[in-house]
Design a protein around this ligand. Structure first.
Ligand SMILES: [Zn+2]
Length: 245
């Protein structure tokens, strides 16, 4: 297990481990830092079985109350015009947008089409926007996902891939889990093992606080099927990283 250093300034050490799971090998990163210890416990988002026992409206109401308390504890004056609606605004944003990917009902529906053009080469979709939140600090993870697959005879509209990335991003996340969740979903959605996902992202919990490293980014990957082959993987990486400004 070689420490894998991705840094331009401060030291952010990422140990990439090969981890064999039922779906095949995936690479997991473990972050180590003095005050920053990101740990991935499971590929599934840890969610309670009663997570949706209450509906969105009630969740918004409850979060509004709790968030108001946080602001009050911080000493903020909730009678101020600019602040008075913030608890409601945050609550709605959490339930309807930022964390909407927790609810399986919000998972995009996908229609498969026959691969009529008999396109048998690698299909790459790069620079898919990723906006997520680090589950350890609840601050943004901002980055790009690069996706590739070989058609098994079925294809999807490309925007569905973006939507699926968004769905899994809209949860409290750990980048490695997000990467593997997207890869697993694409495998079942596209009915093929031949899927690769790379995420290259900035973590604001590293950039804006703690070690305050604005230069490091974190790269995670999940390769399956044909992408376990070195040459295939290299071709994918060339599409992504060559010709980059
Ligand atoms: Zn964090």
């Amino acid at each position: 297990m070689e420490p894998y250093l991705i840094t331009n300034g401060y030291k952010t050490i990422i140990n990439i481990k090969d981890c064999f799971m039922k779906e095949g090998p995936v690479r997991l990163a473990e972050f180590e830092n003095e005050d920053y210890n990101h740990f991935l416990s499971s590929i599934e988002t840890p969610i309670r079985s009663d997570a949706f026992a209450i509906d969105d409206d009630l969740k918004i109401e409850l979060i509004e109350k709790k968030f108001k308390e946080i602001m009050e504890v911080l000493g903020l004056d909730l009678t101020d015009d600019s602040l008075k609606d913030t608890p409601r605004r945050v609550a709605k944003m959490y339930v309807k947008e930022t964390f909407s990917g927790l609810n399986p009902q919000n998972k995009p529906s996908v229609t498969l089409f026959d691969n009529k053009y008999k396109y048998n080469e690698m299909l790459v979709e790069r620079n898919v926007s990723v906006y997520s939140l680090c589950e350890h600090h609840f601050v943004p993870i901002i980055g790009k996902a690069h996706i590739a697959y070989f058609s098994s005879g079925k294809v999807v509209g490309l925007s569905k891939i973006n939507r699926m990335v968004q769905y899994f991003s809209k949860r409290p996340q750990v980048q490695e889990r997000l990467t593997v969740q997207i890869a697993n979903e694409l495998k079942s959605m596209l009915q093929t093992e031949d899927v690769a996902v790379i995420i290259d992202a900035d973590h604001l919990c590293v950039a804006s606080r703690g070690v305050q490293d604005v230069n490091s980014s974190t790269v995670s990957s999940s390769y399956h099927g044909k992408f376990l082959n070195h040459n295939v993987r290299e071709e994918f990486l060339r599409y992504i990283y060559d010709g980059k400004k």
